[in-house]
Design a protein around this ligand. Sequence first.
Ligand code: ADP
Length: 511
Amino acid sequence: MTVTEDIAAELHPRAGAAKTVVDGVDVSAPAASFITQGAVPHIIAGEQRASTSGDERAVLNPSTGNQLGAVANGSADDVDAAVTSAREAFEDGRWSRLAPREKEARLHRLATLVEDHVQTIGDLDALDAGILRKYADYIAQYSANALRYYAGWPTKLVGQLPPVGPDFVVQERTEPIGVMGVIKPWNGPAAIFAQVAPALAAGNSVVLKPAEHTPLSATYLALLALEAGIPPGVFNVVHGDGVVGSALVAHPGVNRLSFTGSVETGRALAAAAAQSLKKVNLELGGKSPVLVFPDADLAEAAAAATRSVWNNSGQVCTAGTRTLVHRDIYEDFVEAAVALSKDLVVGNAFDDASDLGPLISSAQLAKVRSYVGLGKREGASLRFEGVAGESGGNYQAPVIFADVRNDMTIAREEIFGPVMSIIPFEDESQAYALANESEFGLAAGVFTKDIARANRAADALDVGTVWVNCYQVTDAAVSYGGAKASGYGRSLGGPALEEYTRRKSVWSRNY
Ligand code: ADP
């Protein structure tokens, strides 16, 4: 059997396949066998490989604290093997010089495969990331949408012929860059194709390092890529922690980096990348304001604002963690937010009744709890604290603080947990000043029925995305990225391709 047939036999969707119990919950048979068949491997040069050191790491279930299985724990040697295979693949042109329409066909095939396997991928993310099972398919589908969108691009990466007069013909070419290093966090593990799809569409090879807590879906997706005909060596996955991440950043065979994660790590990474002059795209955190004006539909605004903080238990970069509400409707808004939150159920990601799942780790839980304590000590008014889920998991109940001042720690630092801070404002200019008075500049929401005010807000807000009368809407066709400490570079949409291609100007003299 070829590698590809092997993988197809192993992973082909089994419609109506039996469910199997893993750690007390029903998951699809392919997901169960994937994590119980031994340590989840790296994917290097198209092969499923253990670490050269033989090292493995436990994969935990944040809903229960139990061990689900194991994953290969990489080192600089594994990074080197992956980069070498990516470099060879890039140089011999098996993907980089493949006809654009053939690249498109294979990326479309991969998008279809991801769609066919959404259920299994959703199971894997719900297991190791604790993402609500009923929500996890959305992330897998988001990744498929990114693939579908970028599958149309290889035939459209045209260059230009700038006019310079009769003596020369100048081609300005759009070329792939080489080997891309992609480092991802744990809060949406299957979303890897937001970065990997444009990198592949542009003809690059990729080495991906998923977060150490959430390795499952990355290896699964890389196997699907092989099945779709992305040649061996073009899309590699190396598992491990920050040590493996830094080895990837430092490796001389990597041309460019894309990092999604915390500001602190992003800063260190950009400094390290500067040593070898690698350009980095940084998608970092946020402290995104949601502005609610007196003319807004209060029920709609309260529903969107609370959802934006409870969604994925607050572990989303664009979580609207600073809710800025006009004084005239302040108390009504706080009451509405509490009423919408008081019956929320915090529990196992696989329980249909759960509205919030666990946080990723006990360390993250301790961090969020310490922020809740800090909010109380700094004088914010605790208006609601829900009931945490059953014991064993990393459960944090939703918390609503009112009368928060923008200079309090809970309004300044990214908490990455279900903690909502409601801040009053008196007028429009104060609202914009408060919104912008932040280290971050990822996104903002504006709730108003006044179109002129919505446009003024869009102008005034120093952020990468503004949502008007909606929040956290995304589409692969629309670019996304941050201002200030939320990072630089854009992902998704046409603009992201500039991060994954380079220009070359070719001057030819006309004799
Ligand atoms: P989080 O708080 O979301 O875990 P991190 O920014 O620490 O955020 O992690 C995001 C990703 O960056 C993970 O894949 C992690 O392993 C990786 N990482 C952590 N430290 C480093 C580092 N020094 N260099 C490169 N990658 C790193």
